[in-house]
Design a protein around this ligand. Structure first.
Ligand SMILES: [Fe+2]
Ligand SMILES: [Fe+2]
Length: 244
């Protein structure tokens, strides 16, 4: 195993990273934990705290700090473009914010059931309607609504194959959302939820500064350091490689 040289000058010790189980299981990559446990000694410890391989987050992180310092390029482009399109179309601030946040879980936390994780992550800081729209966009994406101008996404045919059938809980939650008073908010998220792989310019995040200021209550302590029900999710994004 090669030593991650980036860490040795700072601490004199190698800090070993055990990938999160959810990112490892089923991938065919061998679980490195047993071998790393066997290497523990004065010069080998487990990763905790700031990983020098990642950009350092400020002490009181804001929403945009996570965009800048933690999200992947694809997610940044996807979220900013979806929200910019909704804004250009004159949609409400509720819809634009839901578009801006709808795949936030994919940016720095977890992909499986991303709508549900993302909704929980943002719930303490946004209106109930925004969190609801983020949660249900995941299920609604699989079901066309011709009247609303939404068709089953071409990207999903490419992602999952033409014969993919969503599981029963997705069907159940989409049917529930369909009858809800906030249905159109979540449906609009799916309408602007388009992948842009072409070289379209990435919108300037600054265009959302005022909207975020009005609609996303960033805690005084910074995201991750208040005592909200989802603070641990934001901390996980700050320190994704912690052993515990
Ligand atoms: Fe999504
Ligand atoms: Fe999306």
């Amino acid at each position: 195993m090669c030593l991650p040289e980036w860490d040795i000058p700072q601490t004199g010790r190698e800090r070993m990273i055990v990938p999160a189980a959810v990112g490892l299981r089923g991938t065919g990559v061998e679980d490195p934990e047993p071998a790393m446990l066997a290497r523990l000694d004065a010069r080998h410890v487990m990763m905790m705290g700031d990983n020098p391989a990642l950009p350092r987050m400020p002490a009181k992180p804001t929403l945009m700090d996570f965009f800048r310092l933690r999200f992947s390029d694809i997610v940044i482009r996807h979220l900013l473009t979806s929200a910019a399109r909704a804004m250009e179309a004159g949609q409400s601030e509720t819809v634009v914010l839901a578009c801006l946040l709808h795949d936030i879980s994919n940016g720095c936390l977890i992909r499986t059931d991303h709508g549900y994780w993302g909704a929980q992550m943002i719930a303490p800081y946004v209106s109930e309607e925004v969190a609801w729209a983020v949660q249900y966009h995941q299920a609604l994406r699989y079901f066309a609504d011709e009247a609303a101008g939404y068709q089953y996404p071409e990207s999903y045919v490419r992602f999952f194959g033409a014969d993919y059938v969503p599981p029963a809980y997705i069907e159940r939650d989409a049917a529930y959302a369909r009858g809800h008073r906030w249905y159109m908010t979540s449906r609009l998220v799916t309408l602007y939820d388009i992948y842009f792989f072409q070289d379209t310019p990435v919108p300037d995040p600054e265009i959302f500064t005022d909207l975020i200021g009005r609609n996303f209550k960033i805690p005084e302590e910074g995201l991750g350091f208040d005592s909200s029900a989802s603070a641990h999710m934001w901390r996980t994004a700050i320190w994704p490689n912690n052993f515990l």
